[in-house]
Design a protein around this ligand. Structure first.
Ligand code: GDP
Length: 310
């Protein structure tokens, strides 16, 4: 099974999915459009959360970083006048240093992540969506800023007018992503931000066409007309979508076979809104691993209900 992932909602799903199917059978294709350089090292927020979840190191209270990490380097840098845009834990920084060193010595991002996952003892396959550079920028009334500046420095406060994924027109899925998709028929679009996490993955060259040939089950990240966390609401609105499961369905359009929405989301009507996509209702609020496991079972059952691809 392949999962398309950002850095919060889909990792939460993964926590249960790896108890429902063998971890070796899971490939996660992860968004890289939020990556950024901090103090000389490449930070990949979404990939790192996926890796830390799978290695058991995740700080599940925050859904980023390593549990019980310290911030000595970050704080000392501040003391000597070097401000970092994001709080970086000492152990987390070790990941960034190792990844960046591998890249500086000639590895692609895909190769560097392969090496890191081996060192972390991860049995699933974690693939950056691309080895090309892509970067999400948010247009606000005060100008265009990098996603991390919008979300961390400005806490998602400014009104978002538009979302630009720079470099996406020329970005291709990596060879490893294409090979993984070639050998797998079941693709899950996890409950991640449809604009800034899943949007860049399905906007890669040829990706939508590939997805149309697969059995695709998506889970809505919107519950009761609002995201569980993060800026999905504002950014969906900025891109002209309603902040609802119907809006998420419109983002994905014709690549879905089944769309899992929360049982609270009664507004979505299979007859009028779904355009042939099967709607499945479930409890999608993953407030515990048990709830994530139950939702993962709904996903697996949804594939069983889809039959094979001709
Ligand atoms: P990011 O990269 O940190 O922005 O994380 P993602 O894009 O992977 O996930 C953010 C999305 O996850 C938000 O739109 C949330 O609404 C969604 N999300 C977080 N927790 C849950 C949950 O328990 N259930 C559902 N359905 N969505 C969730």
């Amino acid at each position: 099974m392949i999962l398309l992932s950002g850095g919060t909602g889909t990792p939460k799903l993964l926590a249960g999915m790896r108890e429902v199917i063998p971890e070796e059978e899971i490939t996660v294709i992860v968004n890289t459009a939020e990556d950024t350089i901090v103090s000389g090292n490449l930070v990949c927020p979404d990939i790192d959360t996926v890796m830390y979840l799978l290695s058991g190191a995740i700080d599940a209270a925050k859904w980023w970083g390593i549990r019980d990490d310290t911030f000595v380097t970050h704080e000392y840098l501040k003391e000597i006048g070097h401000h970092e845009i994001m709080q970086i834990g000492d152990m987390d920084r070790a990941t960034h240093i190792l990844r960046s060193d591998l890249i500086r010595s000639g590895c692609t991002l895909t190769e560097a992540i392969c090496e890191l996952t081996h060192r972390f003892g991860i049995r699933a396959t974690v693939l950056p969506m691309t080895d090309n550079e892509v970067a999400t920028h948010i247009a606000t009334s005060d100008g265009v800023i990098h996603f991390q500046e919008y979300w961390i420095t400005h806490q998602g406060e400014p009104d978002a007018l538009d979302v630009q994924i720079r470099g996406i027109e020329d970005a291709k899925p990596s060879d490893a992503v294409l090979a993984a998709l070639d050998g797998e028929d079941q693709v899950v679009i996890g409950p991640s931000n449809p604009i800034t996490s899943i949007g860049p993955i399905i906007a890669l060259q040829g990706m939508r066409e590939i997805m149309k040939r697969k059995r695709v089950v998506a889970i809505s990240p919107i519950i009761g007309g609002a995201p569980v966390s993060g800026p999905a609401g504002k950014l969906m609105r900025a891109c002209g979508y309603a902040v609802s499961s119907t809006g998420v369905l419109k983002c994905y359009g014709d690549i879905l076979d089944t769309f899992i929405v929360d049982q609270m989301d009664v507004e979505i009507d299979e007859e009028t809104d779904a355009g042939g996509v099967r709607i499945v209702r479930a409890d999608t609020m993953m407030s515990s691993v048990d709830k994530s496991k139950a939702l993962s079972q709904v996903v697996v059952d949804a594939f069983d209900g889809l039959g094979g691809v001709c």
